[in-house]
Design a protein around this ligand. Structure first.
Ligand code: AMP
Ligand code: GLY
Length: 414
């Protein structure tokens, strides 16, 4: 029996822990720092790599990294140097996510379809460019911005507002010191996520998330307001995506930076060709919540096979053929300012294998559950088709209440 340390505090980490708890090879599961729905919680933040290392050594843990921040800080390199088992990419391999400009240059070099782009590191040249470009365009902060550093601009005024925020007001800190300006691609989006041990890949089931804050994909980009799995894409596109990810893993290995972990490609199908919008060096949130509800294999075996370089020996993953829909319940005002510490009611509804509540921005003190973040809960429904699954998720969501609760009403329906 093995102890697990899950680094992170979101719905993704709750879902990974829930799945791992079903393995008979897993003993204790620790979450650092975890949330109001997880246990056993350890009071160590995700960027405190030294303390996490000490905890993992003292408790003999296999560590699983949820979010991108500790990957960027080199948590995997440090744990490996101490002979600890850890699931996730090294600092240099995580550049696929931590620097959008690095990832775009990688895609260009290896002919991976992606939107045309230019990179700018100062306000003057960027503003000159947006005066003459044809609209719409997409402006992206180069560094990490929790999914909130991407702006679709329809005219010069929009662009000038965004460039002002990035370069002059420094709203994105160092992440916005370098930016990308991309052509806007029309099309349907999906998330394509694989497991890799640096050489072999095993795809997860397809999924889709809803990035925008308001119904019908209006308003600001967020970390994700809902998800479903499977995404409806044909088998031909799936085969192309699988080959593309195999190639990425192969090129990374050849460059001396093998990628071990979950690799996530944000895809847009434009003119029937899958273009990569971004790579993430981790599981998606809230895609993970929908995907974990459908996974039937023992996740522990696969994560261990990845860190041991043994994925080629593993059979395909088994999936529940039902559809999963995850509705994110957020605090009104997210992804900008929102209130915290509001009491959450109705979260103890009876759940079963077709209905789960994964916690994200919650905190439990003396058995009182309160809000503690922008995305608060993810409610997942599982059913024979996507609409039924969505209805199941919304029926449970309606029973949960707090003062500034907000959710989209169209997740899974369009
Ligand atoms: P990213 O973080 O790069 O995946 O961007 C977040 C979201 O912005 C994507 O899921 C898309 O909805 C949108 N987006 C980003 N880049 C483009 C693009 N080149 N064309 C159209 N939409 C985009
Ligand atoms: N849901 C998008 C992400 O995890 O980046």
């Amino acid at each position: 029996m093995n102890n697990i340390l899950i680094v992170g505090s979101g719905g993704r980490e709750h879902a990974l822990g829930w799945k791992l708890s079903q393995s008979n090879k897993v003993n204790k599961i620790y979450f650092a720092p975890g949330n109001g729905g997880t246990s056993i919680n350890i009071d160590i933040q995700v960027d405190d790599v030294d303390q996490l290392l000490e905890f993992a050594i003292n408790n003999n843990c296999f560590t699983i990294v949820g979010p991108e921040v500790p990957l960027k800080l080199g948590i995997v390199d440090k744990f490996l140097a101490n002979n600890l088992k850890i699931f996730g990419p090294t600092q240099i391999a995580a550049k696929l996510e931590t620097s959008k400009s690095w990832a775009k240059n990688f895609m260009q070099k290896y002919n991976i379809p992606t939107a045309k782009f230019e990179i700018f590191d100062n306000y003057e040249s960027a503003i000159k460019h947006v005066r003459v470009v044809s609209y719409p365009i997409v402006i992206k902060a180069d560094g990490l911005a929790s999914g909130k550093g991407v702006f679709i601009c329809n005219n010069f005024q929009d662009s000038s507002f965004v460039l002002d925020k990035m370069f002059l007001k420094h709203n994105f800190g160092n992440a916005g010191n370098k930016i990308l300006i991309e052509e806007y691609l029309h099309g349907r989006e999906l998330s394509y996520i694989i497991l890799s041990d640096g050489e072999t890949i095993i795809p997860m089931e397809t999924s889709k998330d809803y990035k925008r804050i308001f119904d019908r994909d209006k308003g600001d980009n967020t970390g994700g307001m809902g998800s479903y799995s499977p995404a409806d894409i044909d088998i031909g596109i799936q085969k192309q995506l699988q080959q593309m990810m195999k190639n990425v893993i192969h090129y990374m290995k050849n460059m001396g930076m093998p990628f071990v972990g979950f690799l996530y490609a944000g895809i847009i199908i434009h003119n029937n060709i899958p273009y990569v919008l971004e790579f993430n060096a981790r599981m998606g949130d809230p895609e993970c919540q929908s995907i974990m509800m459908r996974l039937q294999s023992d996740l522990y075996d696969y994560l261990l096979a990845c860190v041991n370089g043994k994925l080629a020996n593993m059979p395909k993953l088994n999936w529940n053929p039902k559809h999963a829909v995850c509705v994110v319940l957020a605090s009104d005002g997210y992804p900008n300012n929102y209130s915290k510490h509001e009491i959450i009611y109705g979260c103890n509804s009876i759940l079963d294998c077709n209905n789960m509540i994964f916690h994200a921005g919650t905190r439990k003190i003396n058995n009182v559950l309160t809000t503690n973040g922008g995305r608060v809960l993810g409610v997942v429904g599982l059913d024979n088709d996507r609409k039924l699954a969505a209805t199941r998720a919304y029926n449970t969501s309606r029973k949960i209440k707090w003062k500034s609760k907000y959710n989209r009403t169209d997740i899974g329906y369009n």
